[in-house]
Write a protein that binds this ligand. Sequence first.
Ligand SMILES: Nc1ncnc2c1ncn2[C@@H]1O[C@H](COP(=O)(O)OP(=O)(O)OP(=O)(O)O)[C@@H](O)[C@H]1O
Length: 561
Amino acid sequence: MRITANTNIDIEQHFKVIAGPGAGKTRFLVNHVKNVLSNSCRLSRNRKIACITYTNVGVDTLIRRVEDEKDHLEISTIHSFLFTHVVKPYLFLIKEKFNLDPAKIENPFEHIFSKGYYSQTDLPRRYVSENDMKRVYWEISGNECNLRIKNKNNIYHKSLIKYKMFFWEKGIMHYDDILAFAWEIINKDSNVLRVLRAKFPYFFIDEFQDTSPIQTQIVKEIAAKETIIGVIGDTAQSIYSFQGASMQQFIDFTLPSLSIYQIEDNWRSTNQILKVLKSIRTDLEQESPENKNGNTPKILVGNSIQALEYCDNLLGKDNVVTLSYMVPTANAMRKRIDIDNPANILVEEHFSADSNSKRKRLIISSIKAIEFARQQLFSDAIKELSYYFRKQDDFKGQKISLTFLKASLNKYSIITNMTLWDYYQSLSLKPFISISKIREGKNGNMTAIESFYKKTTYKDIALSIRLLKDESIHRTIHKAKGDEFDNVLVVVKGRFGRQYVETRDLAFLLTPDLIANEDHRVNYVACSRARENLLINVPELSNNSKQILADKFEIIDMPSP
Ligand SMILES: Nc1ncnc2c1ncn2[C@@H]1O[C@H](COP(=O)(O)OP(=O)(O)OP(=O)(O)O)[C@@H](O)[C@H]1O
């Protein structure tokens, strides 16, 4: 059934809302929450509405929009919700199965591959590479939840569990473990579900297209009694397959007497931007109900920093949000450096040549902290650093961290141009830092570690740093999901260390296929964030493509740098 964002639907019926970008899904959710708050007799101080959204941006947007009605609401990401209400309080139920010490387990972390732990497992080196370990995920099959490796048919569950247990023994739980543990717990003791349903008579999930199979399974188990489930999403915005999500999950999702609603229209973007969006996506004829008119979208061909300067001149400095596919590109835009073919390397992976984990952790944390502080994320910066100085001041290392950060920010223009070697030496001169010496080679022959430190720059590392919470104007597309901006510059580059190739990297405009191609969906999400002005930067554009795109875009060549 077709509805609008302001329609009041039956509050005691499971529902699924399907709609394109800017249709008002978040607005619908806010409106529906208000409707439930006003009309439900099943809420109290201890019985709340759970609002789950996939991103921190989503959480913040909802909090902002629901304003002062937050008391009967629990707004969080699915990981944070399941950690707080299922895993943390009931971990003891599965402690034997996974050899866990509930007292030790802290907040979850991202999985960072550990060579040391890997070498202690019986994982067959010939078949499972270190790189494969980045694609480990949990999968439910029948009555079991098993660890698997994406794109591998063989099941290495027992060996993978052994690897994971090394982390758990140290109190380190990964984000994906939360879902598996939550599933194990609710299947171990039905009382957990009973309590959960009693606490949350309504359970709404935004951005449901990015839900993984385990999450869907958990939601269905909650829905079996009492709790009303509502899911909202858009298949064309499914961009988290690397975390196990699939758009099919959203398409197939059903519950007994589920009502299905559709919201059409696009309230966000101008007709000119909608023309671009419609050319990428043919299954949806979105119109602007207010018939918003604006500027023709632009393709800026050439150097990305010149493109950014062009935007500054056209729309005012810092009035454009740049959206990039990869973390290094977003960081490079922030630092106003044009980089080609960024690779997708985690900071920790850069340091594989250094086997001294204490030294490399301190160096990595210090760089992370400086970069967080540069983005005004001071509490993240201090959290990252204070551990190392915890015994050296009366404030658990926070005072020393602050002094370090202040001095580093003052000298940032020098630090950012240092080699890692010089940076490491500047750290070792600080009286409150104790760092073990790097062994140097003899007779002009550098050791592997020395060579890495001398050939890598601080800047190389800084470009790979992911901000935990990114609300800056230079973001990755994934971090901009659910958000909207007046002016957007989508920065298109070669990716994963590959040279830019127009037929592949600009295919989302030239030969779009949102069903089969996640990269196209990611770029579609980027373009659909723009309210007034959409600009796309590409390194080069063939004459043929210029002709194809000329009916939707003004094409502007940047002068040679
Ligand atoms: N019925 C409406 N009347 C006026 N403005 C609306 C209406 N619905 C939505 N909007 C506005 O349109 C913009 C997009 O709405 P919203 O963020 O809810 O869309 P969405 O469907 O969640 O988008 P996306 O999936 O792309 O994140 C917002 O600025 C919102 O205020």
